[in-house]
Design a protein around this ligand. Structure first.
Ligand SMILES: Cc1cc2nc3c(=O)[nH]c(=O)nc-3n(C[C@H](O)[C@H](O)[C@H](O)COP(=O)(O)OP(=O)(O)OC[C@H]3O[C@@H](n4cnc5c(N)ncnc54)[C@H](O)[C@@H]3O)c2cc1C
Length: 494
């Protein structure tokens, strides 16, 4: 847990507040400690830091004023969208300000002919699809937090969701952005036509966790709503059978719109929250959504149903209409809050593994959970191998949080061991600075630092997030191999 220390830079801090109060409307600045606590963390509540101030501008020119004042007084800036991040990306930096973009919440244009939406960064993910619905279009990336998370946050985290297996992550659905650099320049990156010559800066910025620039506008790809969508749910008495069915479906050439697994613990939690008829006796349910033209969906859902039966499904539920399909997805999307109802605390992990390793990894997670004497539920994007183990715990029990962290680290190590990654969609933030050291070599981490310095030489934008210091990596045992490189100039400031 982070603790607020007495500021070392108090003079500069009070000068910054004075400058902001002088240049911006008073109601846009929050600096009373009791009001700041709302912003002390994001969805990862284990990390809490009170910011120096929160600034909520309404105009682009005001962001410029804020950047210039922060630069003058050497004060770090953490951009905040909806604050739903799960890796501590929007957690304030000690002695820094939070720049909330919640007032930049306008849909600027829906162009049904070119199937694009131009939006401000504080627009929520759900708002985009709602605004495009009358044209029969929607924004495909659909994180379960879509009611509250913003497009700025989705871009910064390269957010995913249930339908990313077929339609791609945020990076595949953003065509262009306008970004303000730390120097206050506004640059256009990407192209609405989809093709942009030169280095692919758009892919660099998507997923950069607010460390390289501030996204102030985005042009998004919209996709047509499919003519038909059907959800097939296979209920299995063994999670391995459900996992193997995932590979079977993909190997058959079918590309489902969504392919998700929930295990017994999560089924029970969800059923006690929203009763949708998932059998609580099942060890796992596999949700497979097929969408497209009516005939295509009819053919594919029958094939999937057959495969599920062949692989040992004890029961099959098929959505009879749109209302039922949406209700079943609502249940799946409620898995995190449902876990919150059966345990005082839960820690949602995020890692990626090759699909073929699903059965092995789930078995290892169960063994590790038993070893650590902690309950772990699994609900995840099985089609793209993006696992979300939910570790249930009670923070009021002394030492339990440490055990949870240690188990979490073991799970991420396992993901890397089988050829996967320490994150699939939630980003690195503060949470995974340690695991970054076992996924990347020191040389690779140095390259990240060089990139960061090229765009933000004074380390003002979200410093200390996403890229571990070399000392941190040394703690993970890499220093002895690369002793000479630890002196790399300037790196430790980031
Ligand atoms: C219940 C629940 C379910 C979730 N389900 C999913 C899921 O299915 N898939 C998924 O991918 N994630 C999921 N998440 C995680 C989270 O919602 C996403 O990471 C989301 O993209 C964060 O958006 P936000 O607006 O809340 O960003 P914040 O949390 O405010 O910020 C996240 C990061 O983005 C940066 N940032 C925000 N706006 C900008 C900007 N305009 N310019 C530059 N940087 C910016 C911040 O500095 C920070 O580093 C879930 C979270 C919760 C609580």
């Amino acid at each position: 847990m982070f603790k607020q220390r007495k500021t070392k830079n108090s003079k500069n801090h009070s000068e910054l507040i004075k400058t902001l109060l002088h240049s911006l409307p008073k109601e846009e600045i929050i600096y009373e400690p009791e009001e700041l606590s709302v912003y002390e963390c994001d969805g990862l509540t284990a990390f809490k830091v009170l910011p120096l101030a929160v600034v909520i501008p309404q105009k682009i020119e005001e962001i410029l004023v804020i950047l210039s004042a922060c630069k003058r007084f050497g004060v770090p800036i953490v951009v905040r969208g909806g604050g739903t991040g799960l890796s501590g990306g929007a957690t304030p930096v000690e002695g820094g300000i939070v720049l909330s973009l919640s007032k930049f919440n306008q849909i600027l244009e829906i162009d049904p002919v070119n199937r694009i939406a131009r939006v401000e960064p504080g627009v929520t993910n759900m708002q985009v699809s709602q605004s495009a619905a009358s044209y029969g279009l929607y924004f495909a990336p659909d994180p379960s937090s879509q009611i509250a998370c913003t497009i700025g946050g989705n871009i910064a985290e390269n957010a995913g969701g249930i339908h990313c297996l077929k339609y791609g992550l945020t990076v595949n659905n953003v065509l262009a952005i306008k970004m303000m650099t730390v120097e206050g320049e506004i640059v256009s990156i990407g192209n609405v036509g989809g093709e942009s010559p030169g280095c692919d800066l758009l892919s660099l910025i998507v997923g950069s966790e607010g460390m390289l620039g501030i996204v102030i506008e985005a042009t998004l790809r919209l996709v047509p709503k499919p003519e038909c969508a059907k959800l097939v749910v296979g209920c299995f008495d063994d999670v391995t059978k459900a996992s193997k069915t995932v590979s079977q479906i993909i190997a058959s050439g079918i590309v489902p719109a969504g392919l998700e697994i929930m295990d017994k613990l999560v089924i029970e939690a969800v059923q006690s929250y929203i009763q949708v008829g998932f059998p609580t006796s099942a060890a796992a349910v596999l949700l497979c959504e097929l969408d497209g033209m009516l005939e295509e969906v009819e053919e594919e859902y029958r094939l999937v149903e057959q495969m599920m039966i062949q692989m040992g499904a004890k029961e099959i539920i098929i959505s009879k209409n749109e209302e039922e399909r949406l209700l079943l997805w609502k249940a799946r999307k409620s898995a995190f809050p449902a876990a919150g109802r059966i345990s005082p605390d839960y820690y949602c992990m995020d890692g990626t593994i090759p699909r073929k390793s699903l059965a092995f990894v789930l078995k290892r997670i169960a063994e590790l959970a038993a070893q650590y004497n902690l309950r772990v539920g699994n609900v995840f994007h099985a089609g793209d191998g993006n696992i979300h183990p939910l570790i249930l715990y009670d923070n009021s029990i002394a030492g339990e949080m440490e055990r949870v962290e240690s188990l979490g680290e073991k799970i991420l190590e396992l993901c890397v061991e089988v050829g996967g990654s320490i994150t699939g969609e939630h980003g690195v933030g503060l949470e995974k600075l340690g695991p970054m050291c076992f996924q990347f070599s020191l040389e690779e981490i140095q390259q990240f630092h060089r990139l960061k310095r090229a765009l933000d030489p004074n380390a003002l934008l979200n410093p200390g997030k996403a890229i571990p210091t070399l000392h941190r990596c040394a703690e993970f045992g890499k220093m002895h191999v690369h002793q000479g490189q630890i002196a790399f100039a300037g790196i430790e400031r980031f």
